[in-house]
Design a protein around this ligand. Structure first.
Ligand code: MTE
Length: 306
């Protein structure tokens, strides 16, 4: 464990003991009543009441139709090229306005958390959607443990920069590394997770191994993959798609059928796997999570802060 100020602080030093005990009890309890269910063969995870009852897409659909520009622009490119990515060892630099900045090995970060299965709707800005059974844990768990300082108002994220393994980064299609950001209250919301797997197994590389963000009420581009840096900051951070085309991709990027993309409608969407001749479905405000998140945007003009 390397710590920025030179001290040897391990993740367990910043993890409350009750969290550890609680996790063991949860896993034992879940196993005893057979709840480990779908995750039993791979990563053990507890079910969540925040999951949708909708039928998940197949593993094949989720892992063969991807956006991950580090591996190319085509939907099949990530599945074709992401196998070259080295995901172990992996660490995340957590810095900025936090009490305990450091470069934390992923194993240490995961030691203290309860992994949950979160079956979420996922809506890309390109007007297609899926239902994905993620394995993950609230981002808030990590932020709380490093100690959020009072000046922090936003959270900024960065993807790995490694052109040797990420062929897309050898061209300037985007301003690398891929960057995203959330307002602090969005980042702390219980629906916002760091995901380390799906379908009960470790995260496939094309989906953002070994760890990615998932924010289910926002367009998919906010859900940044293969994260190596998390910074707590005072000002709204610059984000990749917003910088490239601010009129097309807002910082907020909340799913909203009433605010069209300048080049296409957002009123409806295509569910991947539904079949060529099935009808499109209506897009729902905040991707159907309005009960949980609408309060975050009270009094804000959603057409202005798109
Ligand atoms: N993260 C990085 N680093 N690079 C990307 O190109 N694409 C985003 C998002 N996260 C992207 C990324 C977009 S546009 C979408 S829709 C989702 O990842 C796709 O996630 P999936 O391939 O797991 O469905």
């Amino acid at each position: 464990m390397r710590h920025q100020n030179g001290s040897d602080l391990s993740w367990s030093d910043v993890t409350d003991k009750s969290v550890w005990l609680n996790r063991r009890q949860l896993i034992a309890g879940a196993a005893a009543i057979g709840l480990a269910g779908p995750a039993a063969a791979g990563i053990s995870a507890v079910p969540s009441s925040l999951s949708t009852q909708e039928k998940p897409n197949t593993l094949e659909e989720i892992t063969s139709y991807n956006n991950f520009y580090e591996f190319g622009l085509g939907k099949e490119d990530p599945a074709a090229y992401a196998s070259a990515l080295t995901v172990d060892p992996w660490s995340i630099q957590i810095d900025g306005l936090v009490d305990r900045p450091g470069t934390y090995p992923l194993d240490d970060i995961l030691k203290g958390v309860t992994l949950e299965e979160r079956i979420y709707r996922f809506r890309c800005v390109e007007a297609w959607g899926m239902v994905i059974p993620w394995i993950g844990f609230p981002l808030a768990t990590v932020l709380d443990r490093v100690g959020i300082q009072s000046g922090a108002k936003y959270v900024a994220f960065e993807t790995l920069l490694r052109p040797e393994e990420m062929p897309g980064q050898r061209s300037s299609i985007l301003d690398w590394p891929y960057r995203e950001g959330l307002r602090l209250d969005e980042a702390m919301h219980p629906l916002t997770i760091l995901a380390t797997g799906l379908y009960g197994e470790e995260m496939p590389k094309q989906n953002g191994a070994p760890i990615r963000l998932v924010v289910p009420w926002k367009y998919g581009f906010k859900s940044i993959k293969s994260i190596v840096r998390i910074s707590l900051v005072a000002e709204q951070p610059e984000t990749t798609w917003n910088m490239m085309a601010p009129g097309e991709y807002g910082f907020y990027a909340n799913v909203n059928p009433g605010v069209d993309h300048p080049r296409w409608s957002q009123a409806s969407e295509r569910r991947i796997g539904a079949g060529l001749f099935s009808s499109r479905q209506e897009t729902v405000l905040f991707n159907g999570y309005a009960d949980e998140v609408a309060g975050l945007y009270k009094g804000m003009d959603l057409a202005k802060f798109y």
